[in-house]
Design a protein around this ligand. Structure first.
Ligand SMILES: NC(=O)c1ccc[n+]([C@@H]2O[C@H](COP(=O)([O-])OP(=O)(O)OC[C@H]3O[C@@H](n4cnc5c(N)ncnc54)[C@H](OP(=O)(O)O)[C@@H]3O)[C@@H](O)[C@H]2O)c1
Length: 281
């Protein structure tokens, strides 16, 4: 299959490499900043000069950073750049809003194409090893057709024909992670103020109540920073909480906790460089 990949960042590179190395596919790769194609096998991957050239494919995978990058690259003067490629399947693996996923689904349908949202849980190492979790939403025949490519990257959980449902699931997952960070932040601050070493508290909690990688990693980080009077640990998952809060507003749900956690984005902005902890799969 001819596979276009747009966005060769931290996740896009190992994903493009894995698909190109699988032997069965030809990759047309585009990145805004040139020179990100290192490690792609020359016999099955080519660097193209424009995003439009990457769309000359049967399957287009986009791995851009966020809503504004996806909108900026996929739409030119409001028109989808994939227009003229009937039957194309666009899989957006970025963490984007359900609002943008709905816009993409409608635009692709109008162009005689298919849109699938498949946001990722996992880290770049999981992508390289084919151990990501992909939450897929979109027309079933399209998802079934590209399943062999998606399964090169990891486990696929199909959540229904509405593409945006997959983005709602991804945001809800990230909201839960954001809530873990904020609840650990408050809990360690309280015990620290009461004279207990926050590292001891983190050890107690992660040995008994929550013996999971997410709590162990984040609890350790927060407690160590607090004990050393270091700078606040940023919360890399707050964007998910903000997106979940926006979905709750759209659906008319009160969801007070998600709104409260999302409001933390003003106090503890989402981290840019904080390594994402291992997500149990
Ligand atoms: N990293 C993770 O552990 C992880 C885990 C799960 C999900 N995700 C999601 O996966 C997506 C990609 O993440 P990442 O970690 O690969 O991000 P990244 O390393 O920052 O790469 C972002 C990519 O988007 C491109 N880009 C950004 N703005 C652009 C614009 N205006 N026009 C054109 N290209 C633009 C960048 O191009 P340049 O190279 O030119 O900057 C780069 O290719 C995000 O939605 C992220 O939330 C990431």
């Amino acid at each position: 299959m001819k596979v276009g990949v747009i966005g060769l960042g931290t996740m896009g590179r190992p994903i493009a490499r894995r698909i190109a190395r699988s032997g069965g596919h030809e990759v047309l790769a585009w990145n805004r900043t040139p020179g990100r194609l290192d490690g792609l096998p020359a016999e099955s991957a080519v660097a193209v000069r424009t995003p439009g050239e990457a769309c000359q494919s049967e399957l287009l995978i986009t791995l851009l950073s966020d809503d504004s990058a996806v909108e900026g690259v996929l739409f030119e003067a409001g028109r989808l750049i994939t227009t003229g490629m009937p039957g194309l399947i666009h899989v957006c693996m970025s963490t984007i809003s359900d609002r943008l996923a709905m816009r993409l689904a409608a635009a692709h349908e109008a162009a005689g194409q298919f849109y699938v949202s498949a946001p990722l849980f996992g880290r770049p190492e999981s992508a390289a090893a084919g151990r990501l979790l992909l939450v897929a939403g979109g027309p079933r025949p399209a998802v079934d057709r590209i399943r062999p490519v998606l399964e090169l990257l990891g486990r696929v959980e199909y959540v229904g024909a509405e593409a945006a449902a997959a983005n709602v699931v991804k945001s809800a997952g990230n909201f839960l992670l954001a809530a873990v960070v904020e609840s650990l932040r408050d809990a360690t601050s309280i015990v620290h103020a009461a004279g207990v070493d926050p590292r001891e508290f983190a050890a107690i909690v992660t040995q008994s109540l929550f013996p999971t990688p997410v709590y162990q990693y984040l609890g350790g980080q927060l407690a160590t920073r607090l004990a050393q009077n270091g700078p606040a640990v940023p919360n890399p998952f707050l964007r998910g909480a903000e997106q979940s809060a926006a979905t709750a507003r759209r659906l008319g749900l009160p969801a007070p906790l998600v709104r409260q956690i999302a409001a933390q984005a003003d106090v503890n902005p989402p981290g840019q460089d904080t390594p994402v902890p291992p997500i149990p799969q």
